[in-house]
Design a protein around this ligand. Sequence first.
Ligand SMILES: *Cc1c(COP(=O)(O)O)cnc(C)c1O
Length: 393
Amino acid sequence: MSEPDTVPKINFIDLLAQRRRLGDRIDRAVMEAVDSGRWVMGPQVAEFERALASYCGATHAVSCANGTDALALPLMAWGLRPGDAVFCPSFTFAATAEVIPWLGAEPVFVDVRDDTFNMDPDHLEAAIEATLAEGRLRPRVVIPVCLFGQAAEYGRIADIARRFDLKLIADSAQGFGSTIDGRHPIDWADVVTTSFFPAKPLGCYGDGGAVLTNDGALAELLDSLRIHGKATASDVAEAAFDHDPKYLNMRIGMNSRLDTIQAAVLLEKLAVFNDEIAWRNAAARRYGEGLADVVHPPVVQEGVTSIWAQYTIRTERRDALAAHLKAKSVPTASYYPVPMHKQAPYARFGSGPGGLPRTEALAEQVLSLPMYPDLDAATQDYIIAAVRSFFER
Ligand SMILES: *Cc1c(COP(=O)(O)O)cnc(C)c1O
C-alpha cells in the first residue's frame, strides 16, 4: 500500500460528515419541535422512548439528561447508601465510577480482560468474595461496561450477580446496539444505561441519556426520580391527594430530562442506526485486514457484534506510534491513559484481590484510531499505511 502524495484532513470522529448525510431530515424534525412550543417533555420524548425500548427489546425506556444521570438514577431507585459496594471496572470513563460515591456507596474496582478490555468475570467473583470476607461493605450492584462498543460477558456476569443477589447495570454508553448471539444486554441486566453525547455511536446534538428496563415498577420510580421525585400513578392511587400530584414530592429526586429537540434528533438518528453499525463493522474489518500483522487488533468475542464506538489497538510502543501518526496528520486518542483507581479522588477505594495489573498495562498500550460511520476507504487506507510505516521503518 503506498501513501498518497496529498495528506487528507482526517478527523478522529467526523460528525459533520454524518450531518451532511442527515442534515435535512434532522433540521426539519428540530424545527417542528421548536415550532410546537413543547420544549420540555414534548411528544417526541415519549415517541423516542418507545422506539429506543423497542430497538433493544426492552419494555421500558426512561430518557434523562445524560449518560451519567442514567447510571445514578437506578442506584437512587434501589436506595444505595453508605456501606454499600458497587463493582465496576477501573478501565472506563469516569462516569461509571463517579455516580457511586454520589450515594455514599463505594466502588470496588475489577480488572478487565486484556483481549476484549471488558470486565473479567473471574476477577469480579474474587472481588465479591474478598469484599464479603472483609465484611466492611455490603455487595449490592455490579456495573460492567460495554467498552469501545462491545457487550461485556453478560451471561457469566448475570450468573454471578444472581448467586450473590446483586443488581446488574449494563453501562452501554459506548455499546448500545451491541449484541451477544443476537440478544441485547437487557436480556441479562436489570437495567441498561446509555448516553447520547454527540461522540457516542447514537449521539444527539448536545447531552442526553436513557435507562432501559423490563421492570415496570422500576421504570415508574425512575420517571419520578428524574423529575424531583414527583408522585407516580401508583403513589396517587395509594393516597387520596387534594393537590395537583405534580407538586407532591414523594422522594428526593433530581432534574434530569431529555430535551424535546434532542429526542427529535435521536428519532432520525435511530432510524439509520443499523446502517451506521454495518458501516462501522466494515471499517473495523478493513483495519483488521490492514493491521493485524503489526499491532494487536481488538478482539471481539465469539457471537458478539460490536458497534465499534472506538477501534482500539494495543502496542508496546503506543506513545511513539501516536507521535508518528500525529506527524502524518492522523489523529488518535488513548482511552484511558489514567485508570480510575489511579485518579486522586478515587485512590481511597478498593480493588479486587491482586490489584488491576491488566488495567494498568492497557492504560499504557491502547491507542484508538479514527472511527465513524462515514469513514471512507481512501482515508482508511492512508491511516493503515501511516501505521504500517511506523513498524516497517
Ligand atoms: C460517556 C460515558 C458515560 C457518561 O455519559 P454522559 O452522557 O457523558 O454523561 C458513562 N459511561 C461510559 C462508559 C461512557 O463512555
